[in-house]
Design a protein around this ligand. Structure first.
Ligand code: BGC
Length: 436
């Protein structure tokens, strides 16, 4: 392990963090759409069920956050990206829950007491159930409800939070919810896909403006699912076309909106959204694996490649390519906001982390500065349709006692962090970088 660690050098100000989402870790989010849909699903015949199991208590992070932040600190992390549940703050339409806000106030305090810099994300896929029942993203007042929630959240925790992430993977929401049936409401409709894509970009711009108006020194960014697409058959025109199309829809459309506020085709005709604030202060990359397109069919591993719990293969060069692309497109500070592997083989996780960090270091050496790395996920947690099967955590938990167990991969990352903070060897520094 030591040889591995000596290879990796990061600047002393490189920000080491972890990521999680409220719904996936807290447990008992009884006012959230997913919670109800999971339970309804369990009543269906097995062959019609979409969810593997209900989220239930998850890791009980809601009640154990203090212990979790202490552990994060012990492991050397200095930042944490998470989401607070909209449905806890607004369990009913128009009804703000002050107790939930107080809880999240304490959560922020606890992070700060442990020297953890909070990066708060406004939304990570889930909606209040009442809003879901009223049409969810297709409700004509969706944006108003969302901004009401954001405004309350900011007024409660905004004095202590300065790093905000508007949305988790805005580019995946329309795909999952309105094209490939991977997220509620599990529909396929091109018209709704386009409408909702435009909506999530507007959610970004309007919440961004709201956060900035609260405090102009606030930093606002987004966490983008960096889809890295390749034609499955290198010279096949159909595969080349779909690879280009998916890249345009999932990446280019967001880059262009952030740069110019324009909705590019097929989301629009290049018209500019003249409201909110499309620009960002930092770009968060969520990167896991690459995707081949065989016609419209995604393939996430080549024959013979080892696959993780969710089916994809490890492709570390992709994190390098994602950093370079983001720097070239946007030229703003870049964080790796999510990177991780779902596997019960913790030795494989160590290798995955090492391989990806080596690529981040390579990007930095090539002049593409990266501000920090947030591993997904701090804890094993609820992996949406896949339930608890996929183990992404650096820390596991016992599902009866909820006792935390630190995995070897967490210690490995801790050693890397210690090494980059305290190593006498020459770290990469902003000044030593050529360019950027
Ligand atoms: C999502 C997480 C999810 C992770 C692993 C990311 O795209 O933001 O919610 O758990 O992928 O599948």
């Amino acid at each position: 392990m030591q040889d591995f660690i000596n290879d990796l050098k990061f600047p002393t100000d490189f920000l080491w963090g972890t990521s999680m989402s409220g719904y996936q870790a807290e447990g008992n989010n009884i006012h959230t759409d997913y919670y109800h849909l999971e339970l309804e699903d369990m009543k269906k015949p097995a062959d019609l069920q979409r969810f593997t199991e209900p989220s239930g208590v998850s890791s009980d992070h809601f009640n154990r956050y203090k212990e979790d932040f202490r552990l994060m600190k012990e492991l050397g992390f200095r930042a944490h990206r998470t989401t607070f549940e909209w449905a806890r703050l607004f369990p009913e339409k128009g009804k703000f829950d002050l107790h939930a806000a107080d809880h999240y106030n304490r959560v922020i305090d606890s992070m700060l007491e442990n020297g953890i810099r909070p990066f708060i994300c406004l939304n990570h896929f889930t909606l209040p159930y009442w809003l879901y029942k009223e049409g969810g993203y297709e409700n004509k007042d969706f944006l108003t409800y969302f901004l009401e929630y954001v405004s309350k959240l900011v007024s409660h925790i905004g004095d202590r939070v300065h790093d905000w992430v508007t949305l988790n993977e805005p580019n995946l929401i329309p795909f999952g919810a309105y094209l490939v049936k991977g997220m509620p409401p599990f529909k396929t409709s091109i018209a709704a896909f386009i409408r909702v894509y435009r909506l999530v970009l507007r959610m970004h711009a309007e919440s961004n403006a709201l956060i900035k108006s609260d405090n102009t020194t606030n930093r606002v960014g987004t966490a983008h699912a960096q889809l890295l697409t390749f034609p499955y058959r290198k010279n096949n025109p159909v595969d080349i076309f779909f690879s280009w199309l998916v890249d345009r829809l999932s990446n280019k459309a967001v880059f262009e909106f952030i740069k110019s506020g324009k909705f590019i085709s097929p989301l629009g005709f290049g018209e500019k959204y003249n409201s909110g604030r499309h620009e960002i202060d930092f770009w968060g990359i969520n990167y896991y694996r690459r995707t081949f397109l065989k016609g419209p069919k995604p393939i996430e591993a080549l024959p013979g490649e080892r696959t993780c719990d969710l089916g994809g293969a490890s492709y570390p060069q992709g994190i390098y390519q994602s950093i370079v692309r983001a720097k070239k497109e946007l030229n703003v500070p870049v964080y790796i906001m999510e990177n991780g592997i779902g596997t019960s083989d913790d030795e494989w996780r160590i290798k995955y982390i090492y391989d990806h960090l080596a690529e981040v270091a390579r990007a930095m050496n090539d002049g593409y500065h990266t501000e920090g790395y947030f591993y997904w996920s701090f804890l094993d947690n609820f992996e949406w349709l896949h339930g608890y099967k996929a183990k992404f955590g650096l820390v596991g938990f016992d599902n009866q006692t909820f006792e935390r167990s630190v995995k070897k991969s967490a210690i490995f990352l801790k050693e890397i962090i210690n090494h980059s903070c305290c190593s006498e060897s020459e770290p990469i520094t902003k000044n030593s970088l050529n360019g950027v």
